[in-house]
Design a protein around this ligand. Structure first.
Ligand code: GCO
Length: 413
């Protein structure tokens, strides 16, 4: 097989989220939860603390990303910094993010900016977060502000990151910022709030400038029936319906593009009515976190999304926990091989963002999960050390395709 080319002007980069890398996100609900419960029952394993100190070291981070040939970068703006108290805007933080975005732009990198990546301003938590009927309006107000003040430096707006995963992990699994009092109603309230939040945010950004590109990011598992029986296939469709199709049905007309985070392969049996951690595949080759590595899944999901929704797609996250960097290179090459295959069959995918640029704070897990193209040495002043796999990815970004030697090395004939 010869060189596999990606479309011209393809966006290549890595994705990050503010709370996971910036450090000292003191006005957010996550920070307050960590402060109260880290290391205890119902709390995260540890506190985020200074994280990667990217709030101060962003220039260094972007210089590294640029040196690895990334031509785009996905980051998030922290609502809790911009609006630390209800209705009070911190101008210094707006100026901070202006510098951050300008730094990317000055390096010739396109900017993909998520407005909400899981953490909320703490004042909103006291008002039940997304469960409050007014939260979509607050979110639209903040979105409008970002669009007005910083929009000139933003190429793609992402309203929400993985809303479905968030409400499920908070209110059903009760892993993230859990509350003893949480009921199924809170789950539904949060879910509806996030749908309304996306739609209100989209409209607010478009009012500022109708040409701004605005989309949403969902976690899409590759789901397939355990056996090819009618019931299993039906269950599989049902699971897709509740996991993302229903959400998309309410938000699609207000999305210029779809962002896909791909991590999981799920095999659905006759009784798997709802997400069931045990059906998520953990067999065969797995990451440090035990998640199955299933590159072919990316092909199937973008093919399906393309024919269902007919919207441009970006892979906004895809990666693995791999502290020793033993599997990352093959992970990247093989996922990109299948992505290119879908593109060559006509699927409109315009970019790929690896999760993540550097090791960071994983929501309930703390620092144990090493997803970075770059290692962060936490014992040594957060020193950034590029992992070998990052260079292979850098080569693919530079050549805008996968070389013949890599295809041979990973038996992708
Ligand atoms: C999510 C997020 C990321 C995670 C990543 C690894 O999906 O939870 O978007 O913030 O860190 O997916 O779990």
């Amino acid at each position: 097989m010869s060189f596999l080319k990606f479309p011209d002007n393809f966006y290549w980069g890595a994705a990050t989220a503010a709370h996971q890398i910036e450090g000292n996100n003191v006005h957010s609900d996550w920070w307050v939860w960590e402060t109260e419960f880290a290391g205890k029952d119902g709390g995260p394993k540890e506190r985020s603390g200074i994280a990667c100190d990217s709030y101060n070291r962003y220039e260094e981070d972007f210089t590294l990303a640029k040196s690895l040939n990334h031509n785009a970068h996905r980051m998030s703006i922290e609502w809790a910094r911009i609006e630390p108290q209800e209705g009070i805007i911190d101008e210094r933080e707006i100026e901070h993010y202006r510098k951050v975005l300008k730094s990317l732009k000055s390096k010739g990198m396109s900017t993909f900016v998520t407005l909400w990546h899981f953490s909320l301003p703490h004042w909103l938590r006291d008002k039940k977060g997304w469960g409050n009927l007014l939260t979509p309006m607050y979110f639209a107000r903040y979105s409008k502000l970002v669009a007005e003040r910083l929009g000139e430096h933003i190429d793609f707006f992402i309203t929400l990151n993985e809303p479905q995963a968030y409400v499920a992990l908070r209110h059903l699994v009760k892993l993230w910022i859990p509350s003893m009092k949480t009921t199924f109603l809170d789950f539904l309230d949060g879910w509806v709030g996030l749908i309304r939040g996306h739609n209100a945010s989209y409209k607010a950004i478009k009012e500022v400038n109708p040409s701004y590109q605005v989309g949403i990011v969902e976690n899409i598992m590759y789901m397939e029936p355990k056996r090819n029986t009618l019931w299993n296939k039906f269950m599989c469709d049902w699971r897709k319906f509740i996991q993302f199709r229903l959400f998309f049905a309410f938000t699609l007309k207000n999305s210029d593009f779809l962002g896909v985070n791909y991590y999981f392969h799920d095999v659905i049996g006759p009784g798997d009515y709802f997400i069931n951690m045990s059906s998520i595949e953990t067999t065969g080759e797995v990451s440090d976190w035990g998640w199955q590595i299933y590159p072919e899944g990316i092909y199937h999901i973008v093919k399906e999304l393309c024919c269902y929704y007919d919207k441009p797609i970006f892979i906004t996250e895809n990666g693995l926990a791999d502290a020793k960097d033993e599997k990352r290179e093959s992970f990247i090459v093989r996922h990109l091989y299948y992505l290119q295959k879908a593109i060559s069959e006509g699927v409109c995918v315009n970019g790929y963002f690896h999760w993540t640029l550097m090791d960071n704070f994983e929501w309930a897990e703390g620092y144990i999960r090493k997803f970075g193209l770059i290692e962060i040495d936490r014992e040594n002043n957060l020193e950034r050390k590029i992992r070998p796999s990052a260079y292979t990815y850098a080569r693919i970004c530079k050549e805008n395709g996968i070389g013949e030697d890599l295809l041979k090395e990973f038996n992708l004939e």
